[in-house]
Design a binder for this molecule. Structure first.
Ligand SMILES: *Cc1c(COP(=O)(O)O)cnc(C)c1O
Length: 368
């Protein structure tokens, strides 16, 4: 890794490629792969990640919102894109950009059919989302017949896939619950197959589903966090490579005498002579206040330095009393050798939240 001169989020496309092949190797050769690139590809760079994944031959991409899909189309991505959570007000944009909506209620389905009718469009690709226990978004299995009758009644829609989402695929203590979800999905598949005369794809698994329930891979899987280098298990994490590495530098060092305070609200008081280093990254960059007051640490020349005092908007201060370091030295917040999951855990959160919180103010540096 090259030495940085400012705060950067390095994005390794080689790590992404490694993770993609690692996850694909867990699947049957025929199972299709959908890469989830919502939320700026988990805080990295959606266009660069989507381009790389498309180049690797990924079958599908997914975003949460329409706007995210439009950005990918504007960047020249031609891979099919599933929009997981569209709203009726986005439907014209969805169609104009060849995006494929997930439809999750009769009212949203009706709205979409209305727009297709106005535009005189036939067989538009859609994805049907069922709720099997997450209770977040999706049709209930009790409406299958009504739903399919509505779809079969006109030729405006073509069901590309039918899917659902697991609530606790990462937690083996909830194995019984997950198996119930898998069973419910199987019975939905049987009903749907009996009421339409073509074969849509079926998919259920996210990253930890791929790792823990590969028997439920159906025709496709949807992976996000695994592609970015994290999973639900430390053993698997060792085999994945973090795509994002957040680095910064030491802007200035200070020596506090016993009794002197540091930062806003004097949240840190030196009990002994303390050497501190100020870093150009703060809560506006995505390192929230919950990481401060000694709870989390960063790596300076390979050594752990706690974040002390209150995290400021643009800066944090660390304790480097016992670390040989100078102004200008590089500081690793998370990445290779310092897991984002562990850093997130120190502040009672998870890698998903930490990664997607790194704000647009932090420069992204793409490494091939
Ligand atoms: C975000 C999301 C995923 C990806 O989950 P990971 O745990 O990151 O692999 C898959 N499916 C749906 C419906 C999602 O919202």
């Amino acid at each position: 890794m090259t030495k940085t001169k400012e705060t950067v989020l390095e994005i390794s496309l080689a790590a992404l490629e490694h993770n993609y092949h690692f996850l694909k190797a867990k699947l049957n050769p025929k199972t299709k792969f959908l890469g989830v690139v919502k939320a700026f590809a988990y805080g990295s760079d959606a266009c660069k990640i989507a381009k790389k994944l498309s180049g690797l031959g990924i079958d599908y991409l997914a975003v949460a919102y329409t706007k995210e899909g439009v950005e990918l189309r504007n960047a020249g991505i031609t891979t099919p894109i599933l929009v997981l959570h569209p709203q009726a007000s986005n439907f014209k944009t969805i169609i104009d950009n060849h995006l494929e909506p997930s439809l999750y209620s009769i009212s949203i389905l009706t709205e979409f059919q209305k727009v297709l009718k106005e535009k005189k469009i036939q067989e538009y690709p859609i994805h049907i989302k069922f709720n099997t226990g997450l209770n977040r978004l999706g049709f209930s299995d009790s409406v299958i017949s009504v739903l399919l009758a509505k779809i079969n009644a006109c030729s405006s829609l073509k069901i590309k896939s039918v899917f659902s989402h697991l609530a606790a695929s990462d937690d083996l203590e909830d194995e019984e619950f997950t198996n119930k979800q898998i069973k419910a999905f199987l019975s939905i598949k049987t009903k749907v197959d009996s009421e339409i005369d073509y074969q849509p794809m079926y998919h259920l698994l996210n990253t930890s589903g791929i790792l823990n329930y590969p028997e439920a891979q159906f025709n496709m899987v949807r992976s996000g966090i695994g592609l970015y280098g994290y999973s639900n298990s430390p053993a698997i994490d060792k085999k994945l490579k973090p795509v994002a590495t957040l680095k910064t530098i030491i802007s200035q060092k200070h020596t506090l005498q016993k009794g002197e305070s540091l930062g806003y609200n004097r949240a840190f008081i030196a009990t002994n002579e303390t050497i501190t280093a100020t870093l150009p990254i703060g809560h506006a960059d995505g390192i929230g206040r919950q990481y401060g007051q000694g709870r989390s640490f960063v790596l300076v020349n390979g050594k752990k330095a706690p974040i002390i005092g209150n995290v400021c908007m643009d800066m944090i201060m660390i304790d480097v009393t016992k670390i040989d370091c100078n102004e200008g030295d590089e500081v690793l917040i998370f990445g290779l050798d310092s897991s984002a999951e562990e850093f997130a855990n120190t502040a009672n959160t998870i890698s998903y939240e930490l990664l997607t919180s790194i704000s647009s103010r932090v420069k992204r540096e793409i490494k091939p």
